[in-house]
Design a protein around this ligand. Sequence first.
Ligand code: GDP
Length: 298
Amino acid sequence: KRSWLSRLKSGLTKTSTNLTTLFIGARIDDELYEELESALLVSDAGVEATQWLLNALKKKVKDERLTEASQVRTALRALLIELLQPLQQPLVLGREKTMVMMIAGVNGVGKTTTIGKLAKHLQAHQQTVLLAAGDTFRAAAREQLTIWGERNNVSVISQESGDPAAVAFDAVHSAQARGINIVMIDTAGRLPTQLHLMDELKKVKRVIAKGMATAPHEVLLVIDGNTGQNALAQVKAFDDALGLTGLVVTKLDGTAKGGILAAIAKTRPVPLYFIGVGEQIEDLQPFNATEFVDALLS
Ligand code: GDP
C-alpha cells in the first residue's frame, strides 16, 4: 500500500512537473521568471501569491547573487515554505472538558468523510467523540454520518426531520452530560433555494452558544483542493459569515494542483489543520508546510 506522502506527491504531479522542468538547464532570465509565473498561476496560486513569490525570488537572486538555476529552485523552495508556514498550526486538544466543533463546507467537498476520518484521528489521541447530523436537509448526509459513526464506534445524534439548530443544541447538551471530549457538528452544504445557507449556519452557531457559552470552540471549513479559486472564494465567504478557526483541504491526492494553499496563505490565512489524501479513514494528515512543498517540488 502506497504511503500517504507518495499519494500526495502523485496528486501534485502536474504542478511538480511544471515547476521541475522549468529549472533544468535554464538561464536566470526574464523567460525563466515568465515561465515560473505561468506555472504558479496554472497551479491555482492566484495573482497575489504569484506576484509575491516572483518579487521575493528576484530579490533573493539579486541579494544572494545566485547564478545557477538549481540555486533559484532552492530559493523558491525556501520562499514557498515561508509563505505556507503560517498555515501550519495544530488543532489543539484538551483545552475544554467538552470541545464543540462546527464543521462547514459545500456539498461534495468531502465534509462527511472528513468528519469520519477526524473521529478516528481524535480517538487515536485519547479523545471521546460524539457526532451530530446537523445536515437535516439531506437524508443521505444523515445516513453517511451514521455509517462513519458505526465504523468508529461513536454515537451519532440525529433527528428524522429536525431543525439543524435543534440537533446541534441537543448534541452540545448530550456531550456535556456524558462528559464527551469532542462533539463534531455536521452542517448543511446547500439548502432548498428559498433559504440562505449563511443565515442558517449563523443561526446554528448562535444556538450552539446558547447550549454552551464558550462554544463553538472551533469552526472548521472543509474545501476541495481540486476546485482552485472557487475554494478560495468559499474560504472568504464562510470566514466572513462564521469566523473560521481552521480549514481542512481534501483530495490533494487527486488531480489537485496545490497552489491553492499559497493563495489561501496570501489572502486569507486560516490555520490549515489537516489535509485529505485519500478516501480511507486513515487518509487525513496534519498539514506540514515543509513536507507539502517538498511534495510539490520533487
Ligand atoms: P460531502 O458532500 O462534503 O459530505 O462529501 P463526502 O464526504 O460524501 O465526499 C464526497 C466524495 O469525495 C466521496 O466519494 C469521498 O470518498 C471523496 N473524498 C473525500 N475526501 C477525499 C480525499 O481526501 N481524497 C479523495 N481522493 N477523495 C476524497
